[in-house]
Design a binder for this molecule. Structure first.
Ligand SMILES: [Fe+2]
Ligand SMILES: [Fe+2]
Length: 195
């Protein structure tokens, strides 16, 4: 059987087939949009295209709804689905690096892999900050409000601050700038994210 081309439309189609919860889908859209903006931010982003950076975000959790009671399968399931698609090795490696503390498949290494690792938790954190704003809107969220909540350990305590802060060491981007870029990317897509 011929393998399907994994363009953005195909990625969204796969996501929608496998994930029904709108909030979970929005998390995937958010990470995709953030990664697409980081592609533009880096002066030489490497071998993959901007569309492929976005696909990395769209699909990184595509199997999450199905595997949520079995976290050891998260990513493994996705990789099995992707066997039906034409996917560049570099992009497959990005998926293999996700949830790798559990799967042990691959430690994040490339810039895309570390950007995904750091912004994955941060997008969720920013949503949590938006939801405590008076209008519950992203528009009202500022870098300062995110950083202030970031320092409050009790706020959204399930969010792994360490994972986000690695942007400094692994990407050479200050936490302040990393938050700023992520927040701006999300604000530009507030309609898509329903925030
Ligand atoms: Fe995940
Ligand atoms: Fe995620």
């Amino acid at each position: 059987m011929d393998k399907k081309l994994l363009n953005k439309d195909a990625a969204l189609e796969l996501l929608h087939e496998k994930m029904k919860n709108q909030n979970l889908r929005r998390h995937c859209y958010a990470v995709g949009k953030v990664l697409a903006d980081f592609y533009d931010y880096y002066s030489s982003p490497g071998g993959l295209t901007k569309e492929q950076w976005e696909i990395a975000g769209i699909l990184h959790d595509a199997d999450w709804e199905i595997t949520k009671d079995n976290p050891g399968r998260h990513t493994i399931e996705l990789l099995e689905w992707l066997e039906n698609y034409e996917v560049p090795t570099e992009l497959l490696e990005v998926f293999r690096s996700h949830n790798s503390k559990t799967t042990q498949l691959r430690t994040p290494e490339t810039r895309l892999e570390w950007t995904l690792e750091c912004c994955d938790e941060l997008t969720g954190f920013i949503v949590a900050v938006a939801l405590v704003m008076p209008e519950k809107k992203l528009e009202q969220v500022t870098v300062d409000s995110v950083l202030k909540k970031f320092r409050q350990k009790e706020f959204a305590r399930q969010v792994d601050r360490e994972q986000i802060s690695q942007c400094e060491e692994k990407l050479g981007i200050s936490l302040n700038d990393f938050v700023s870029l992520t927040l701006e990317a999300m604000k530009k897509n507030s309609e898509l994210l329903s925030l």
